[in-house]
Design a protein around this ligand. Structure first.
Ligand SMILES: C[S@@+](CC[C@H](N)C(=O)[O-])C[C@H]1O[C@@H](n2cnc3c(N)ncnc32)[C@H](O)[C@@H]1O
Ligand SMILES: [Zn+2]
Length: 400
């Protein structure tokens, strides 16, 4: 396979699928998912942006590497990367990763290890041995690796986390989410944002235990996963700041009203202030920022200098997160409102325009193309949607 600027040997996925619904990457003897190229491209761009920010040689570690493609790409494609450590518990994976390191002429800079990820990270937890970047890209949840990843990162280091267990995080299996992330999910139309906030909230609480604070520089939802990039800063005060960014999202399934409540034990409203129905709760989760605008702007510049196959798609997503980086938590999915109140769907740009005219903040979101992120209450969003829908109906009847 060719990906980025590297060529790697990977299992031929078709050989291992017997039934069309089988998930080929996990059937193969060594894991490789071509659909995660987008995720790996973004890892290259984020690490490069980080390296330019810290302006020194950096040492990355990928403790769950599969065939090694991510680690090999980091070594080859990111300027200022020193030594890379990649690891996998599977002997077949480590062997294939070693082959890929050798075929890309990186044996001097990339070390391949074959042991448990937590064991490997613990060996690098001492001062002066720690990494600048740790990329946790597991099957399902990264939660079992969080403690050792935080311990293996230096002050100011960058931690990347992929979570593919979307069923727990989006509230299909709420109990599993509470177990893994220590927070309750909720099956709302913006559950992917809640998923990201649950993952980051859990990271903040784990880091806090080690007197370490986090700052989110970039995060997103794509395909089957959520992904977060956070910079660590050592210190109890930094950790305390993060705890103050934890809280809850309250949602009314009757009228779409939603509110947030900060704190670990805040007084939570029971009833919807708009319609009196019962409010549902998600959390504790991260209510802090999901993006550092300046960091994402730099990432977007970085895309332009590279000839990535998915460059256009990446640039578009970065544009969207830059737009939504300073907007409030949660978004309204217009189709869902129209469906509930039986209205034709007006155009999103018109809705955004109207909300802005009324003095509210209103922007698009990368989570879905059908939603608006706004600080307007649900009642106002519904009024605007209804007004634009009825003018649409009038237009239609006039043309008829
Ligand atoms: C999703 S795959 C990694 C994909 C890879 N990061 C990429 O970008 O292509 C997860 C890998 O974690 C490995 N793994 C599972 N449990 C592990 C553990 N406890 N320690 C180290 N590796 C483990 C699996 O063998 C598998 O190769
Ligand atoms: Zn309500």
């Amino acid at each position: 396979m060719k990906e980025g600027t590297v060529k790697v040997l990977v299992p031929k996925l078709e050989t291992f699928v017997k039934e069309p619904w089988e998930y080929a990457p996990s059937k193969a003897p060594v894991f490789y998912n071509p659909l995660m190229e987008f995720n790996r491209d973004l890892a290259v761009l984020t690490v490069q942006t980080y390296q330019r920010m810290v302006k020194r040689k950096i040492s990355p570690c990928e403790p769950l590497t599969g065939c090694g493609v991510r680690g090999v790409r980091l070594a080859k494609e990111v300027e200022g990367v020193d030594k890379v450590v990649i690891n996998d518990i599977s002997p077949e994976a480590a062997k294939l990763a070693q082959f890929n390191v050798k075929s890309n002429k990186l044996t001097k800079r990339v070390k391949v290890v074959n042991e448990d990820a937590n064991l490997l990270l613990s060996k690098y937890a001492a001062p002066r041995k720690r990494f600048d970047y740790v990329d946790i890209d597991p099957f399902g949840s990264p939660a079992p690796y969080l403690d050792s990843a935080v311990r293996a990162l230096r002050n100011g280091g960058l931690l990347a986390l992929t979570a593919t267990d979307m069923a727990p995080l989006c509230g299909v299996h709420p109990q599993a989410c509470v177990r893994k992330y220590g927070g309750k999910p909720m099956r709302t139309e913006y559950c992917h944002e809640l998923a990201l906030r649950l993952l980051i909230g859990c990271t903040a609480m784990v880091a806090a235990k080690h007197d370490v604070g986090i700052r989110v520089v970039f995060s997103y939802n794509n395909y089957n996963h959520v992904r977060a990039y956070v910079i660590l800063s050592y210190g109890a005060k930094e950790a305390d700041k993060n705890i103050r960014a934890m809280g809850y999202v309250l949602h009314c399934f009757e009228c779409f009203q939603r509110e947030t409540a900060k704190g670990i034990v805040p007084l939570l409203k029971r009833d919807c202030p708009e319609c009196g129905s019962r409010l549902h709760v998600a959390g504790p989760l991260w209510l802090g920022e999901l993006w550092d605008k300046q960091f994402c702007v730099q990432m977007r510049k970085e895309v332009k200098d590279r000839n990535l196959r998915l460059g256009e798609k990446i640039s578009k997503m970065l544009y969207l997160v830059i737009e939504e980086s300073k907007a409030p938590a949660t978004y309204y999915v217009i189709d869902k409102i129209c469906d509930k109140f039986n209205l034709p769907i007006p155009s999103l740009s018109e809705i955004i325009g109207e909300l802005r005219k009324l003095g509210f903040q209103a922007v698009v979101t990368h989570f879905t193309a059908k939603a608006v992120r706004t600080n307007a209450p649900a009642k106002v969003v519904k009024e605007v949607v209804t007004r634009l829908s009825s003018s649409k109906t009038n237009d239609l009847s006039e043309t008829n």
